[in-house]
Design a protein around this ligand. Structure first.
Ligand SMILES: O=C(O)CCC(=O)C(=O)O
Ligand SMILES: [Fe+2]
Length: 303
């Protein structure tokens, strides 16, 4: 991959430090300040506004104009390039490894709420059955991470009350979260809750086990976010994101981006031909890391 001039020549292969990795492993999330330049953020926001108008025109908004669009990466060139965005990608491969793709990604536009919401309890871990099927019977054993999500903040979330994601740092290592007895009334957030305030152009990355909740946009500014989730190639996709393999959009994707969009027929091997039980060194992300001497036997997912 070429360095990106807009990002001072960064390639996305600048490794995160051991200190940063440790912080993520302990806290289950990291803020990535200034992940987007202002001009890039503006271009992404314009693309979001265009897609939002298309969704509203197709009747896909809620009555207060909220759009939650799954599998949005195919909708713009700029969206696809977020897969390997130079300021966030080092966190993605540094925290998950090379055998990954995007199973799940969403565009969110959340206008100011029309009226106070009915009481709801939004706290969850992502992954649905991943929280049950592979479980041990020992609640002190944290379940596996399996996936991370990068959230790009396009609007100003520097004040609370603007519909930002709420998390409980460190909670990814706990398999359960106490629920209030009565969910028909407004309940306080659990102890340790942090609302992720952030500036336009910031991003954050979180472990899918992190207990988190959406929140109500009580402000007068519309919240605009892009979320890109990454998981292992042996986990099936979550979103319906059909790809037109005859499109210019697909033609423009690098081998690495194609891996991250699910190309490759085998889940531990790229070409899937005559698999002999050894890892295929041509898996694009593995190849990139290997060529740059970034595989690291001390980190299991980078072996
Ligand atoms: O919209 C949000 O703030 C959180 C949505 C969510 O649960 C997620 O991205 O996994
Ligand atoms: Fe979630």
């Amino acid at each position: 991959m070429q360095g990106t001039p807009e990002y001072g020549g960064l390639t996305g292969f600048e490794p995160i430090s051991d200190v940063t990795r440790k912080e993520f492993l302990e806290q289950g999330w990291l803020l990535i300040p200034n992940a987007l330049t202002e001009s890039h953020r503006q271009q992404l926001e314009a693309a979001v506004d265009r897609v939002y108008a298309e969704e509203i025109a197709a009747g896909k908004g809620t009555k207060d104009g909220t759009v939650h669009l799954l599998g949005f990466l195919t909708r713009d060139e700029l969206f696809a390039n977020l897969l390997t965005h130079p300021t966030t990608f080092p966190y993605v491969w540094g925290l998950t490894g090379w055998n990954i793709y995007t199973h799940h990604n969403h565009l969110d536009v959340t206008p100011p709420a029309l009226e106070p919401e009915k009481p709801y309890w939004g706290w969850h871990q992502d992954g649905y059955r991943q929280n049950s099927d592979p479980e041990t019977m020992d609640p002190s054993v944290p379940r596996p991470m399996f996936a991370v999500k990068v959230g790009y903040v396009l609007s100003d979330l520097s004040e609370t009350g603007r519909g930002a994601t709420k998390i409980i740092p460190g909670s990814h290592l706990r398999n359960s979260l106490g629920r209030p007895a009565d969910l028909t009334v407004h309940n306080p957030d659990p102890p340790g809750t942090l609302e992720i305030t952030a500036k336009p152009g910031d991003a954050f990355i979180f472990d899918r086990r992190q207990w988190h909740s959406r929140s109500t946009n009580l402000s007068d500014t519309t919240r605009k976010m892009l979320f890109v989730g990454y998981t292992y190639r042996w986990i099936r996709p979550l979103d319906d994101m059909p790809i037109d393999f005859d499109s210019q959009w697909w033609a423009n994707r690098s081998p690495l981006q194609r891996q991250l969009l699910g190309a490759g027929t085998h889940t531990a091997n790229y070409w899937g031909i005559n698999w002999d039980g050894y890892i295929d060194d041509q898996i694009p992300l593995r190849k990139e890391l290997n060529d740059r001497d970034l595989l690291d036997r001390s980190v299991p997912w980078l072996r």
